[in-house]
Design a protein around this ligand. Structure first.
Ligand code: FES
Ligand code: FES
Length: 169
């Protein structure tokens, strides 16, 4: 069954007709030509397809596009800093050589932006020690835990954590 939907993708309204079985990832990549989110596993295991969905990080391979009528979707390609500057997370990944083949990088960058906001809002992770303070110190363990849903086949993890720590400071 086909359904007409509208999505706001990287600041632009996009209208399309999708089969109700179409994932958000396939709608973005195959229908809208936005190849920033990557299809790694297509099973919710690798994080390569991570996008911000109404401000929260989400695995677009597990989301049905039809369920997100009118949603705001941000991909790594749509993240910008102040003015024409690159987003600080993009800049930090470049400065710290936080990628090798780069296939996982868009998902890593979107996930980093999402988790920095989660920590900023005082949301604890599985390794947060003090659950009562309402603040989270983003040490290496916190960053590793919060990024644990994003796999990197090149194992660029050390530099990814360093890049995120720089933005978190
Ligand atoms: S492609 Fe979505 S989690 Fe791997
Ligand atoms: S940089 Fe190659 S998979 Fe992460």
């Amino acid at each position: 069954m086909d359904v007409d939907i509208a999505l706001h993708v990287d600041g632009q309204e996009r209208r399309l007709t999708v089969d109700t079985r179409t994932t958000l990832l396939d709608a973005l990549r195959e229908r809208l030509g936005n190849t920033s989110p990557k299809k790694g596993c297509d099973h919710g295991q690798c994080g390569a397809c991570t996008v911000l969905l109404d401000g929260e990080r989400a695995l677009s391979c597990l989301a049905l596009a039809v369920a997100y009528q009118g949603a705001h979707v941000v991909t790594a390609a749509g993240l910008v800093g102040a003015g024409d500057e690159p987003h600080p997370v993009h800049s930090a990944f470049i400065a710290h050589d936080a990628f090798q083949c780069g296939y996982c990088t868009p998902g890593q960058i979107v996930s980093a932006v999402g988790m920095l906001a989660e920590a900023d809002a005082g949301r604890p992770s599985a390794v947060t020690g003090d659950l009562t303070s309402g603040t989270v110190a983003l040490d290496d363990g916190e960053i590793a835990e919060r990024m644990s849903g994003n796999l990197c086949r090149c194992a660029a993890y050390a530099n990814i954590r360093t890049a995120i720590a720089e933005v978190a400071r």
